[in-house]
Design a protein around this ligand. Sequence first.
Ligand code: CP
Length: 326
Amino acid sequence: MRKFFDFSDIRGEDLEKLIDLALDYKTGKVNDQPLLDKNIGLLFNVPSTRTRISFQTAIKQLGGEALTYSANELQLANKESMKDTATVMGKYLDGLVVRWYNMNDYGYGRNTLEEIALNSQLPVINALDDKDHPCQIMADVLTLKEKYGQQYKKKKVLFTWGYAERKKSPGCTHSMLTAASLLGMDLRIAHPEGYELDDQYLSFAKQAAQKSGANIEFSNNLDEAIEDVDVVYAKAWGSLSLPGYEEQQYKSEIRDQWLVNHERFARANQDAYFINPLPIIRGDEAIKEIIDGPRSLMYDTAENRLHVQKATLASMYSKDKNLQLV
Ligand code: CP
């Protein structure tokens, strides 16, 4: 059965086609209903606003029925196994969109997605686990493509770590690194020491960038990394190496050095955009004036989630071979 957990199995040209398909849904150029008579389950063990609602709407607009389940309202809450839950879901549904992770146990989320796909025998889409958030990053790339056209690959995108009290998934960071390396983008990732990415993603990106011509850089200094960039994407993620209490204290100490404020944003290009995938607490990754300012694309990228979800679903369920991209 087909699954879409990350970008590692997709060719750069197909990823580009998927993003273009999302634009075709947005502009109304494509208007089909590949989910007619399909029941798609949304299974989440952590909260979601954008992913959950955009998938519900996308499924409905593609002719299907979206059925949403929180883990705590299923018998999972009474210790029923995921094997039994997924196997039974496979008897009723036609596909699953799953958000599942626990950041105190890196890898558990992805293993759970694999277990769900294996036992349900359904197509499964990753709606954010502890490793990737592909649907978010496709929406971000679509947003950049709308702003810059094909020149988006020549624009310097800074993806920087920022503070959040909550230990967030590094899914967006891994997915951006993978997407940029496949698409041939110019990406700089900045983070404090202790927030290094998963080695597997670093190795994949290195190889993919050699093929695509992508330029991928890393920095441990936001003041330097933000210099002359065209896009500032600020996003918190949890450390994969620091123990819980130690990380909490450490990130509180360094948060001011990693805040996108007026002084730092002024070091980027004059017409630089700001992106965050939301949710964001004003004053954590960036100051309110930048988050709500005229260069912020956060609502544009949130809107694009809907169109990207439609493209992703269509590419899994369409009978048109040309649309089967993932
Ligand atoms: N960006 C994002 O995935 O938002 P939600 O957590 O609200 O789904």
